[in-house]
Design a protein around this ligand. Structure first.
Ligand SMILES: [Zn+2]
Length: 232
């Protein structure tokens, strides 16, 4: 097996020779910010976050869980090295777009402008009347956020949509994937089955996944480790 150093050189050559890279990212890109993979989060925590019933019956518990699992890592730790590297790659014209199954909005906070948030994100939140939409900044406060217009609770996008998929995001993802010349799969355990299979794929993940067979290059390391050289 090639050494990591050799693989990093191969990655660099591939990135240098492609200008329509599309990346699929999953939980693995956010773990170094302190956000756990939902699979590794307790069932109680994930069902709390998935339930508007919990939000309404016990908003303090709901938002305590939100802070612990997502909001504190997002606002205190922010985008990871890998998120910032991808923003840099977009800026320098290599990366076309990001498709993500994460809801943490860290790609946009890092500076990426074309992001398909397949499962919605914390940047599209609604009050319980459904009439008013709020950005992620609304969630950046201690305690329980409420709609300034009507006083109802704020339901974070993924909760509001019952962890459903965004058709708009999926349409964008398919369009962007179709015009990709290289696919970079980072920290993803799947949950997205419309990956472009006609172009080369490079996978960055410390663990084997369902993408191993399709990837032309499997780099078994963390996203931060592999992408740190791409951050200015
Ligand atoms: Zn409202």
């Amino acid at each position: 097996m090639e050494t990591l150093q050799t693989q990093l050189q191969q990655l660099k050559q591939m990135i240098d020779s492609h200008h329509h890279i599309v990346t699929l990212t999953g939980a693995g890109i956010s773990t170094s910010a302190g956000i756990n993979d939902l699979i590794h989060t307790s069932r109680e925590t994930s069902s709390t976050l998935a339930s508007e019933a919990v939000l309404e019956s016990d908003p303090a518990r709901f938002y305590q869980s939100m802070h612990q699992n997502f909001l504190d890592p997002i606002f205190n730790n922010g985008p990871t090295v890998a998120h910032r590297a991808l923003a840099q790659l977009e800026k320098s014209g290599y990366l076309d777009a990001v498709v993500t199954t994460n809801v943490d909005y860290l790609h946009e906070l890092a500076g990426n402008t074309k992001v398909a948030d397949i499962w919605y994100s914390f940047n599209e939140n609604y009050c319980l009347t459904g009439k008013h939409e709020y950005s992620i900044e609304t969630l950046n406060q201690p305690g329980i956020p409420r709609c300034p217009v009507d006083g109802t609770l704020i339901s974070p996008g993924p909760t509001y949509h019952h962890i459903g998929t965004s058709q708009t995001a999926i349409q964008n993802a398919i369009k962007w994937m179709d015009s990709a010349d290289l696919v970079l799969v980072i920290g993803s355990n799947g949950y997205y089955d419309r990956v472009n299979t006609q172009v080369p794929m490079i996978q960055i993940n410390p663990e084997p996944t369902e993408f191993d067979r399709q990837a032309t290059l499997n780099i078994r390391a963390t996203a931060d480790e592999v992408l740190k050289d791409y951050v200015n």
